[in-house]
Unconditional design. Structure first.
Length: 134
């Protein structure tokens, strides 16, 4: 049975080792079953978690989807954008930085940039509300 090192898993999936560690801490994936690395079954699970986080699900939402027979929570990047928009109006810079760092750690780098930061950039550029700068 083939096994995959952390470096190999990260190379195949495009995620960072820190993201893999966060997913283990969140109970989404298990630690490598042997010194040789992750099994094929574990790699399949990692790809499943990657697919869910790339669609915008938070780690809590992914956990609920994986461990609950009845998953009905609204999730995805649209929800993350709504949460961020609300935070831009109601939160301190420190809390906003923590939120951005958390989303960046929970999702693949590509999804974080393409599905979170780019839409935010476009929204901020188009913002004509009071207090927005050109």
């Amino acid at each position: 049975m083939p096994h995959y090192s952390t470096d190999t898993v990260c190379g195949i999936t495009g995620i960072l080792p820190a993201t893999l560690k966060n997913w283990r801490r969140a109970g989404l994936i298990s630690s490598p079953l042997s010194e040789k690395g992750y099994s094929s079954g574990q790699l399949t699970r990692i790809f499943s978690v990657l697919e869910m986080t790339d669609s915008g699900d938070t780690l809590a939402e992914v956990y609920q989807r994986l461990h609950s027979a009845s998953y009905a929570v609204r999730s995805g990047w649209e929800c993350r954008q709504e949460e961020l928009t609300q935070q831009l109006h109601d939160v301190s810079d420190d809390r906003l930085q923590r939120r951005l760092r958390q989303v960046g750690n929970d999702h693949s780098s590509e999804a974080f940039v393409n599905d979170y930061l780019r839409p935010l950039n476009l929204w901020l550029r188009a913002d004509v509300s009071s207090g927005a700068t050109a």
